[in-house]
Design a protein around this ligand. Structure first.
Ligand SMILES: Cc1cc2nc3c(=O)[nH]c(=O)nc-3n(C[C@H](O)[C@H](O)[C@H](O)COP(=O)(O)OP(=O)(O)OC[C@H]3O[C@@H](n4cnc5c(N)ncnc54)[C@H](O)[C@@H]3O)c2cc1C
Ligand code: FES
Length: 500
């Protein structure tokens, strides 16, 4: 049987924390308990500041705990493109910042004694098509990265590839155990974490800020860091300057030993592999099947595509033991946004391009230095203010509100399914209930969950994701559980219940 959970979250004993039940005062409030929030909170606590971390769900349980667990400066084949687009200085900074992040994660793991299966080894990007990897290797090497043109046969992956680039001494780890270790170290150092505490707003208050939670409590602080994958609500307008993209992962045991190196394809469809230590020598993890969040009708097909790929390469049937999906955001110029949000007192980090274990470690250093009013070598490259000034942000919000409403009207009519009495166990979708459109899902205990299938962020229609049993929004990537609870994205309110 396949377990619908990430192989990491299914095999980690993450510490748990109570929800916030009273107002608090502190030096820094950090919102979000993924890699960026936890690393930033730990840094600031180690600098002697009082820090409160508020997490809407469970720490580490969203994108960071659903990754491939590669901490590498090899972000596919990007260095030639970065050089062409942003020039040598910017490409050099991106390369150095991310390579240093690889070492920082290794150092932090050792110093804190985190048991997270960390291993160092080679990472390969390979071409099965037109991508010019000779130039990629040359540029990456000139930027000081440990890059070499390689024989694709060295990957140990039975794929027909024309070229490969190897980066030496990269890191792979068990991301959920790493995040659990960061949280435990932060708490042990006197940091306070509150889970199941969703923040709905952060406003200026006096010389500082006040974060408001859904339950109506306030955390007043001198600084706020919003590390929620994408800033929530309309904060900074980042929802309109990023795109959400979802990837799928599976963990399988092959009938032979799995490749020991990390690999990723340079040409589509993306296939990213690494060993799965928990699965023994034959354990393999494959991540890919990318599509924009909420844009795919047949989400089970994305998982099947990964299974088909393995079966074709190894000529054998495999049954995934775990399968999962997660999303991340991309920016138009391929660089993350980290730092002060325009028109707001808040610090943010978003747009990690599916490389947030290293980019997010860089981001945490930038955020720490911004709070402490220190210079940081990478803050200009990742400048969160390049999105525009407060006026252009306000216009983005207006335009997006309009798009959401227009889109909703036509789209719902097109997707409408048959009556609710035809729903089978495990099935969900859009249905007509007495002339009204409802989103419905019949769970395996026979409970019917009904919601108004309209995103609570800016009103776009939601699509039922049958592969993950979630309601997904293609406008800006909010995702909701069958009962309407917020899972991801800029939305902060649960889906409404249909009027009876
Ligand atoms: C399938 C997949 C595989 C990936 N593999 C890799 C990889 O191998 N290597 C790599 O470097 N990168 C990888 N990435 C990218 C990387 O995982 C992300 O960039 C990174 O995890 C983002 O971290 P984060 O802290 O911003 O977000 P998250 O981990 O999502 O953390 C944000 C947290 O904020 C919480 N939150 C949200 N809204 C609120 C609110 N209003 N109030 C309170 N809390 C809130 C959420 O519950 C969540 O816990 C992958 C991405 C995907 C999708
Ligand atoms: S995420 Fe913005 S409208 Fe749904």
């Amino acid at each position: 049987m396949t377990i619908q959970n990430s192989v990491w979250l299914g095999t980690a004993d993450l510490p748990t924390y109570e929800p916030l039940d009273a107002d608090q005062e502190t030096d820094v409030v950090v919102v979000g308990g993924g890699i960026i929030g936890l690393t930033t909170a730990l840094h600031l606590r180690q600098e002697g500041l009082a820090v409160v971390l508020l997490e809407g769900g469970r720490i580490g349980a969203r994108t960071s705990g659903n990754t491939t667990g590669k901490v590498t400066s090899q972000h596919g084949a990007i260095y030639a493109a970065l050089l062409d687009r942003h020039g040598r200085d910017a490409a050099q900074q991106y390369a150095t910042a991310n390579q240093e992040a690889v070492d920082e994660v290794d150092e932090l793991t050792r110093r804190l004694g985190i048991d997270c299966e960390l291993r160092r080894g080679p990472s390969f990007v390979y071409s099965t098509g037109d991508t010019d990897l000779d130039r990629e290797a040359e540029v990456a090497r000139e930027l000081g990265l440990p890059a070499h043109s390689a024989d694709p046969a060295d990957m140990g992956l039975p794929v027909t590839a024309t070229a490969a680039v190897r980066f030496d001494d990269q890191v792979m780890l068990h991301p959920a155990r790493y995040l659990g270790g960061l949280a435990a170290a932060f708490s042990a150092a006197g940091g306070r974490i509150f889970e199941r505490t969703r923040v709905t707003d952060v406003d200026a208050k006096g010389d500082g800020v006040a974060a408001q939670t859904q339950a109506g409590h306030h955390v007043v602080a001198r600084h706020a860091v919003v590390a929620t994958l994408l800033p929530f609500g309309t904060l900074g307008g980042y929802f309109a300057r990023t795109r959400p993209n979802q990837s799928h992962g599976i963990a399988v045991r092959l009938p032979v030993d799995a490749p020991t190196a990390m690999t990723i394809s340079a040409d589509g469809p993306t296939r990213s592999t690494r060993p799965w230590p928990g699965g023994g020598p034959s354990g393999l993890i494959v991540v890919g099947g990318d599509h924009e969040t909420g844009a795919e009708e047949e989400t089970n097909a994305s998982y099947q595509g990964l299974v088909d790929w393995i079966e074709e390469l190894w000529g054998t049937r495999v049954q995934p033991e775990y399968r999962w999906s997660a999303e991340d955001y991309s920016t138009p110029d391929q660089l993350p946004y980290v730092g002060k949000a325009p028109g707001s007192p808040v610090l943010v980090a978003t747009g990690m391009h599916k490389w947030g274990l290293s980019n997010g470690t860089v981001a945490a250093g930038i955020l720490r230095d911004a709070v402490l009013d220190r210079d940081n070598r990478w803050s200009a490259l990742f400048d969160a203010g390049r999105i525009g000034d407060a006026r252009s942000v306000a216009k983005l919000v207006q335009d997006n509100l309009k798009v959401g409403k227009e889109f909703a009207a036509g789209h719902l009519r097109r997707l409408l399914g048959s009556g609710l009495d035809h729903l089978e166990v495990g099935q969900g979708g859009l249905y007509d209930l007495d002339g009204k459109t409802v989103g419905a899902y019949l769970d395996h205990d026979g409970r019917l969950h009904t919601v108004v299938p309209v995103c609570t962020h800016l009103g776009c229609p939601l699509r039922w994701n049958e592969g993950d049993t979630t309601w997904d929004c293609n406008c800006h990537g909010s995702r909701f559980a069958p009962d309407g609870a917020v899972l991801d994205g800029p939305a902060t309110k649960p889906l409404a219940e249909p009027e009876s």
